[in-house]
Design a protein. Sequence first.
Lengths: 341, 323
Amino acid sequence: MSHTDVRLDTSVELPVERDALIGSAGRPERRQRGERLMVSKAEFRSYYGQPVLKSPPWQAPDIAGYLFLGGLAGASSTLAAAAELTGRPRLARGLKAGAAVAIAGSLYSLVHDLGRPERFLHMLRVVKVTSPMSIGSWLLAGYGPLAMLAAGSAVTGRLPRLGRLGTLGAGVAGPAVAAYTAALISDTAVPVWHEAHAELPIVFVGSAAASAGALGLLVAPDREAGPARRAALLGAVTELATAHRMERRLGMVGEPLRRGLGGALLRASHVLMAGGALALSLPVRNRVLTRAGAVAMIAGSICLRFGIFHAGVASARDPKYTVTPQRERLEARAESRRRRP
Amino acid sequence: MALDLREATGGERDPATAGGYAEPPERVGFFTDTSVCIGCKACEVACKEWNAVPEDGLLFTGMSYDNTGSLGADSWRHVAFIEQPRRLGRQETHLAPTELPPDLLRSAGGRTAVSLGLPASAPPDGHVAAAADMDFRWLMSSDVCKHCTHAACLDVCPTGALFRTEFGTVVVQEDVCNGCGYCVPACPYGVIDKRPSNGLVSKCTLCYDRLSVGQEPACAKSCPTDSIQFGELAELRERAAGRVRDLHDAGVTSARLYGADPQDGVGGAGAFFLLLDEPEVYGLPPDPVVTTRDLPAMWRRAGLAAVGLLVALAAVTIPGARR
């Protein structure tokens, strides 16, 4: 940290009036004429420690909640369609109902974030491929009614043909709903979210598959639960492995994934997910153990989204994560220019 | 051909042309020369007055004379104040109006200094020698929306509320904005923000209404030292390059342009700056990049993940058909 000394004398006994992160070096050791370059390389500079970026103006329960519910709904619809086509009606019905509840919850979260329901309609004015939120809105506008149709038909037993159409349509659109949310948050200047754009979609679909599989285990009878168990395990392994790789690759920018609220939530997520997966993969099939494992996985999937959300917000609030990587990028570019004149 | 999802493709293309205007007027912008900014905040006041921007909190931040804090929904101009124990060029701090150095007198071209009756930059006793060796400079800079060539806020806006004007600037339509807030974390400079009172975003419009009738923006009009210069961007860039040369000749070696390079991460800013220190000292990102530059890669990965999920969930059901 450096000091700003606005005094006419150089007395060291006087207290420093202000201790601000303005970034310049401290009192010079020797006098010299003209300007001095006093930028030490390792020093991180900022404007009074203020953030460079604006934090996302989103509430965690709304948006992190939506990231989880969208993933759960999308993967559940796909698993439900696959279950229906392979003759597992009760697994399919439970998953369809779960998907419908989850997508309704998503829509509530999104509308709550906007403040007024009619504001959602503004999303449907244009189609913009440069805006993952625009694409996502259209995805939800297509997927939502299909998922509702599938669930309505499965629960009431009416309109079986329309129900089948809804099941298949939601099953095909589901993975897109689960995966696009990664692009949604990556397509921002938030350091953690943006820099993680290569791994985040894989982490999110893994987590979605785990939560959908876990939901399947909670709603289906044992003889239909095989696919749900396999989906949960495959999803958990994918999520844990990719998240591990992501946290290691990000290095300094990835610090908020290890520290603070985001870090704590992610550690909880990994423990829950791994514990759930362990419970589900034991050779003994115990009903209580299976249910406990499934619940742990769903909790782990929730913690993952909230952890990523809070880590992103923390990385936007601290100018370090904005300035340092950009400064390094500039220096690397200058270095490569020096090498080939 | 690489897929480029940004609004304006190709580094050299004029953003208004890329935005669909057949024969747009010359692109305009700001050149903010911070070396002559005196921190009077006339730009902040003029902006608020002209655009009827609401009050944004009356508080003391403790950050030098900066009590605005940062750009935001209700601060479209923000003057930063930075105090540094360092000299500005060959600045002589014992300078008093009566004892001008010879080279400054020469550059004044025969004009003589006239006392305006203001207190001189000297202690009350008139003895100025005590301050002769003080190393101190006060940097001031009026920050504003950069009106990027590749504007992330505009790219990510899902409603079309943010649009490109014929002047190459970026403006929010308040009646279309639905308050999703996506543009807020998308901006690499942290400019645009949500106004709590109505939940909608707002930012500098480069005085679109004034431009439309041939007037310069309120901040530039009110700037008493021409630190904020408004004009055609191409001309401003030339003028700025000349100013940097002059400052370097005058010993202010730290003078550099920020946002003037059309090859940078945002394709060049419509509002660029002459700074006297690294950008991060002023709260600006040193190497901003429009987030949508990586969007094709993001879509590819998301698509891959979605297909992978579809295949995996189908696959896990098949062996279980036996059970």
